[in-house]
Design a protein around this ligand. Structure first.
Ligand code: AMP
Length: 110
């Protein structure tokens, strides 16, 4: 848990989210500014800033997050989807708590 991390605040319940999945290690919720008709984030409860900060100790957790993508996408009615992990400021990352974006259903009109 990191005190000024927005995703840690979502995980603790301090900030609301449109949750689609939760277990003891992972939460998934809809992105607040969707870039596709369906756009959700898969987020570990463990605060790890970026993919660059991961090592073999995170292997099980990362695999679990990745395998949740098709399961949750199907639950959201998607037949196919895109995944994205922005890594570092130069990689377009804005929230420094690792997460997988899942997009599908076509682009939004916004
Ligand atoms: P990234 O650029 O990969 O760090 O993406 C961060 C994502 O988090 C963006 O798509 C934001 O729209 C999303 N986001 C930021 N704050 C919230 C929030 N409170 N609830 C849901 N999604 C959020």
């Amino acid at each position: 848990m990191s005190a000024d991390c927005i995703f840690c605040k979502i995980i603790s319940g301090a900030i609301p989210c449109k949750k689609i999945y939760e277990d003891d290690e992972v939460i998934a919720f809809h992105d607040i500014k969707p870039m596709a008709k369906v756009h959700f984030l898969i987020v570990p409860k463990l605060h790890v800033e970026t993919l660059k900060d991961c090592d073999t100790s995170h292997q099980q957790l990362l695999g679990k997050m990745l395998l949740l993508a098709p399961k949750l996408a199907a639950e959201q009615g998607l037949k196919g989807f895109k995944t994205l992990i922005n890594t570092g400021k130069e990689g377009g990352q804005e929230v420094f708590h690792i997460h997988i974006h899942v997009f599908g259903g076509g682009k939004t009109d916004a």
